[in-house]
Design a binder for this molecule. Structure first.
Ligand SMILES: O=c1ccn([C@H]2C[C@H](O)[C@@H](COP(=O)(O)OP(=O)(O)OP(=O)(O)O)O2)c(=O)[nH]1
Length: 155
């Protein structure tokens, strides 16, 4: 099974896979910004790509920035469509209540995961086929481990 795909790229900040086997290639900031506590900023990466048809790129947060500084992405995962040729931009949110977050040019602010994607053919029907889960959702199975949960209704 091929596990790579050619993605054309314009701009001098090429995303970097830090290790072999990494799913995400780090995106670099093309501009310097200071994000005050609780605020957001949309930051250019100086990068534009041409994904092959049938692919998508998802822009997702970096766990180190999240754990150390409370930095996340407002619209995570950001979706880069195969037909998009504009600059990839990342809307960071500083969730820290006290510390501003400084982004410098060249900082690795997010990561991009390239995937194959199916396109749905939506087929209208009168009723949907049955399934084990049915209409259960939104926490219907609870969240505590079995040992900790009381019997009966899910918590
Ligand atoms: O975090 C993101 C998300 C999207 N994009 C680019 C690539 C994507 O193909 C395009 C449109 O994104 P999306 O479909 O999420 O935006 P929309 O708000 O639905 O706008 P549109 O009406 O342009 O589709 O913007 C980014 O650069 N960064």
């Amino acid at each position: 099974m091929p596990n790579d795909v050619e993605v054309l790229i314009a701009g001098d900040r090429v995303p970097v896979y830090a290790h072999p086997g990494d799913a995400g290639a780090d995106l670099l900031a093309a501009e310097a910004v200071v994000i005050p506590p609780g605020e957001r900023a949309t930051i250019g990466t100086g990068t534009a790509i041409a994904l092959p048809d049938g692919c998508v790129a998802f822009i997702v947060p970096r766990s180190g920035l999240a754990a150390r500084h409370g930095i996340t992405i407002v619209n995570s995962p950001g979706t880069v469509d195969a037909g998009y040729r504009g600059e990839i931009r990342v809307t960071l949110l500083n969730t820290d209540a006290r510390e501003p977050f400084e982004v410098r040019v060249g900082d690795r602010i997010a990561q991009m995961i390239v995937q194959e994607v199916l396109r749905a053919r939506f087929v209208p029907v009168e009723s949907l086929p049955g399934s084990h889960r049915g209409e259960q959702g939104f926490g219907s199975t609870g969240y505590r481990g079995r040992a900790a949960s009381t019997e009966g209704a899910p918590e």
